[in-house]
Write a protein that binds this ligand. Structure first.
Ligand SMILES: [Zn+2]
Length: 307
C-alpha cells in the first residue's frame, strides 16, 4: 500500500523523466521512465502505485511500453487501458496468455507452478490482454517531438529491449541494470550467449546518460560504460568459480545446493532452486561445448582445459 511518507523522486532530463521505484527500485518494484512532450508515454509501470494511477488518468497518455515481460516491470500495468500497451514482438505471447509466460519461464516443479500462477494474479495483477501492440529492433516511436528508438537486447529474456532517446542522448538499459549482482538469466528462455552479444552492442553506445530499471538507476556516460564492463565480467567470474568447484565431480543437484548465484539461502527454496538450475545449467552447457567440463558418472568435472 502507498504510505504517506513516500515521496516519489522524479528526475528531469527535458521531456524524458526518471521515476525512482519504491524501495530503491528493488524487486517487486522497478524504476520507470516517463516521456512527456505534449503526448505522454510511460515505460515499465512498476515504480509506485500512486504515480501509475496518476499517469493512467492523464488524458495525454498515448502509450505504455514494456521492456520485457517480467512481472516486476508490469506490477501496475492493470491500471492502464489495454489498447495503449506495447511489448517486444519476440515475447508478445507472454502478454496474451499466462501459458505464454510459463513457456518462457520453463517452470516444471508443480509446487512452484501453482505458487507462481497465484502470485502473478494476486501480487502482480496479471491479466491476459486480447492483443498487444508490438515493437521490434530498430523501430522508432515518437511522442510529441521526442523520438524513441528500440534496441532489441535479448538474453535476459528473448524480447528484452532497451530504449534510446537520441534527442536527449539517453539510453534506458532496463534489466541490464548494472547492479553488482550481475546479469540474470534464470528463465528457460534466457540465453547467456545472446546476453553477451547484447552487452557488446550496448558497450558501443556513447550516450550521455544511462538509466536502469533497478539499483542506482541514473549513470553519467563514463560511469555507465565502466559499470557495463563490470556487469559483463560477473558472467565470467561465475564461470571461473564453477570451474574451480568442479575440480571434484558434482551433479547439477549438488551445484544447485551450493547457491553459487545467490550466495545465501532464500525462500521459497523451490523458486531459487529453479533459478540456480537454469543459470548453472546454461553455464554447464557453455562449458561442455567449449570443452571446459565433461559429464561423468559422478557428475560434471572440469577437464583442466581453459574454455
Ligand atoms: Zn527482468
Amino acid at each position: 500500500m502507498a504510505g504517506s511518507d513516500y515521496q516519489p523522486e522524479i528526475l528531469d532530463f527535458g521531456p524524458v523523466k526518471f521515476l525512482r521505484g519504491r524501495r530503491g527500485g528493488r524487486y517487486p518494484y522497478c524504476h520507470s521512465v516517463i516521456v512527456a512532450d505534449g503526448e505522454v508515454a510511460f515505460i515499465d509501470p512498476s515504480a509506485d502505485q500512486q504515480q501509475c494511477r496518476r499517469l493512467a488518468h492523464d488524458p495525454n497518455l498515448t502509450a505504455v511500453l514494456l521492456s520485457h515481460f517480467h512481472e516486476d516491470h508490469q506490477k501496475y500495468l492493470y491500471l492502464f487501458a489495454p489498447d495503449l500497451i506495447w511489448a517486444p514482438a519476440a515475447e508478445a505471447g507472454a502478454f496474451t496468455s499466462m501459458a505464454g509466460v510459463f513457456e518462457l519461464l520453463g517452470i516444471e516443479d508443480p509446487q512452484y507452478y501453482q505458487y507462481w500462477q497465484k502470485t502473478l494474479v494476486k501480487e502482480f495483477h496479471y491479466r491476459p490482454l486480447q492483443q498487444v501492440r508490438t515493437f521490434r529492433d530498430g523501430d522508432e516511436l515518437r511522442f510529441g517531438r521526442t523520438p524513441l528508438q528500440v534496441i532489441h537486447t535479448p538474453g535476459h529474456t528473448p524480447g528484452h529491449s532497451c530504449f534510446y532517446f537520441p534527442e536527449q542522448d539517453i539510453l534506458y538499459l532496463a534489466d541490464m541494470d548494472l547492479t553488482p549482482f550481475g546479469p540474470w538469466y534464470g528463465d528457460r528462455a534466457s540465453d547467456i550467449n545472446a546476453l553477451l552479444a547484447s552487452l557488446d552492442r550496448l558497450e558501443e553506445f556513447r550516450a550521455r546518460t544511462y538509466l536502469t530499471a533497478h539499483g542506482q538507476g541514473v549513470f553519467p556516460g563514463a560511469e555507465a560504460r565502466l559499470a557495463l564492463g563490470r556487469f559483463r565480467q560477473v558472467i565470467f567470474d561465475r564461470e571461473t568459480e564453477l570451474l574451480s568447484l568442479l575440480r571434484e565431480p558434482l551433479t547439477l543437484e549438488e551445484l544447485i545446493a551450493r547457491r553459487l548465484i545467490y550466495r545465501k539461502p532464500l525462500e521459497p527454496a523451490f523458486v531459487y532452486d529453479h533459478i540456480e538450475r537454469q543459470m548453472l545449467g546454461k553455464h554447464l552447457q557453455r562449458l561442455l561445448s567449449a570443452g571446459g567440463v565433461k559429464l561423468t558418472e559422478d557428475g560434471y568435472v572440469a577437464t583442466g582445459r581453459n574454455p
